[in-house]
Design a protein around this ligand. Sequence first.
Ligand code: ZN
Ligand code: MN
Length: 152
Amino acid sequence: MTNSEITTQKEDRLAQMLAKLKGRDFRLTPQRLAILTILASSEDHPTVDGVYKEVRSKFPTTSIATVYKTIALLKELNEVLELGFPDGSNRYDGNRPYPHPHAICIKCKKILDPEIASVDQLSEEMVQKTGYVLSFHRLDFFGLCPDCQKKG
Ligand code: ZN
Ligand code: MN
């Protein structure tokens, strides 16, 4: 993708979120718009705290409850993907709110979204072998990212 295509895609994500929120009891304050914008455009899978810190840099009066509530509503509308972890450090992907594989660094906690061609095939095989009707999947790969490998 070119940079302009990526910019368009991020604007589309924000537009999609706003469209879904229309008709919901959701007053679009500047703070909430900032939260949506951060989630729609960030590729680093922020935590609630990360979103909170970023929005506070622009709107210092924002409460963490507003961040929690906005994310909960987006989750309900399937407009953000929640990656839950046993230690409670949940991460959020508003850029790609549908199931996709993640590469997770166990040291620095960086999470990447590579395009993996064989995911559809994997789902197909899962259906064939189990007879399940699949609703979603979760596919996490854990290891050390290139930066952490260099640090040893
Ligand atoms: Zn790392
Ligand atoms: Mn992702």
